[in-house]
Design a protein around this ligand. Structure first.
Ligand SMILES: Nc1ncnc2c1ncn2[C@@H]1O[C@H](COP(=O)(O)OP(=O)(O)O)[C@@H](O)[C@H]1O
Ligand SMILES: [Mg+2]
Length: 349
């Protein structure tokens, strides 16, 4: 069996020694590192990314579970087993709820319990990660299916309904020419029908382009954002300043489409909800990451607003970001309008 690297963060020297004794009797090829304080422990986790962490709850530089929360937030992948002074089920279950894999009571565990805790924790953590991976893949599949549907729908709308309306217009136009002078009233009606058909052609094209902007397929994310912004800036409303150092090169389709949709939704939101006069958008490549900064100078989100639970638009943004394994953060920027930061990893391209 492959070796297991274990980190023990434990302040009490007696407890450290006891742990070392028991772990020697555990039938696993284990490799133990010790840390005496939270700070030291965090450094160790960063340096050697252990497979599993045993964490004493009574560290000198950690009050009331702060250490646990800190590590769990910083290293979400790391399985943590809590070491408690007393067999306090309430305390233990609190940490399990916060994401600890298991707990052991000092003075009450032996090599058998230790062995079991290690094996189960590693197994459980792996299951959770596998499940997360599956969820990613499902999200990816859903989002990409949706986009494919949109693309097909946009194409059909453009090709079939658009062409049909053009044919209708041609026919009506031709029939107006064969009307006699006496039939002026009918001619007027037909001219109105022509005007309406023209409007229907434009509406069809706009719907089709809204579903799948041709610029997105042709010029990629930066080109299509520029295109969209140009149209908005040509009206008298909000002014958008878009900066990007990405001059050329395309990203994967799913990155391009989703980043475009996310920015499109945020712009729509600013137009609909913010009362802003200006939007600033930066989109840049930082190493193997795509970074987007978005800010409008409007009213901002209300203080008690929760982007996780409310709004189809925000839900869509979250789904898209998650399907790309990226992050979406709305900044707490009271008085500065709506501010968001999006980071998307781009591995190849
Ligand atoms: N830029 C913004 N400025 C102010 N409020 C916003 C902004 N964007 C979103 N909101 C608020 O968040 C809510 C949820 O947005 P969203 O999920 O996109 O749903 P919808 O746009 O359909 O209302 C909006 O109804 C609005 O109250
Ligand atoms: Mg919206």
């Amino acid at each position: 069996m492959k070796s297991v690297t274990i980190l023990l963060i434990e302040a009490n020297p007696d407890d450290r020694n006891l742990f070392k004794e028991y772990i020697q009797d555990v039938p696993l090829n284990s490799n133990v590192t010790l840390a005496k304080t939270l700070q030291e422990g965090i450094k160790q986790v960063e340096q050697q990314t252990p497979d599993i962490l045993f964490l004493d709850l009574s560290l000198p530089d950690s009050i009331e579970g702060r250490g646990f929360r800190l590590i769990a937030r910083k290293f979400p992948e790391l399985p943590i087993i809590i070491l408690t002074e007393l067999d306090d089920v309430e305390v233990a279950s609190k940490y399990i709820k916060l994401g600890a894999q298991d707990y052991l009571t000092k003075g009450e565990y032996d090599e058998k319990l230790l062995h079991k805790a290690i094996v189960y924790s590693l197994e459980r953590k792996k299951m959770i990660q596998d499940k997360k991976e599956m969820e990613y893949q499902m999200l990816q599949a859903i989002v990409s299916m949706q986009e494919k549907e949109r693309k097909r729908f946009a194409q059909d709308l453009h090709d079939s309904l658009g062409q049909l309306l053009a044919a209708v217009k041609m026919n009506i136009t031709a029939s107006t020419h064969s009307l006699s002078k006496k039939q002026q009233d009918a001619k007027k009606l037909l001219q109105t029908a022509i005007k309406l058909t023209d409007e229907a052609v434009i509406a069809t094209r706009n719907i089709s382009h809204g579903l799948m902007p041709p610029a997105l397929i042709k010029h990629g994310v930066v080109g299509s954002i520029n295109d969209m912004i140009e149209k908005i800036n040509a009206t008298n409303g909000i002014k958008i300043k878009f900066n990007s150092t990405i001059k050329e090169g395309r990203f994967k389709d799913e990155v391009e489409i989703n980043v475009f949709r996310i920015i499109q939704e945020m712009i729509n939101n600013s137009i609909k909800h913010s009362n802003a006069s200006e939007i600033k958008i930066d989109l840049n490549k930082e190493g193997s990451r795509l970074d987007c900064f978005y800010q409008d100078n409007g009213v901002g989100l209300s203080k008690d607003f929760n982007t996780v639970s409310v709004g189809i638009g925000f839900k869509g943004i979250k789904t898209r970001v998650e399907s790309l394994r990226g992050s979406f953060e709305v900044e707490d920027a009271l008085g500065k309008g709506f501010v968001a930061k999006i980071q998307i990893p781009i591995h190849n391209g």
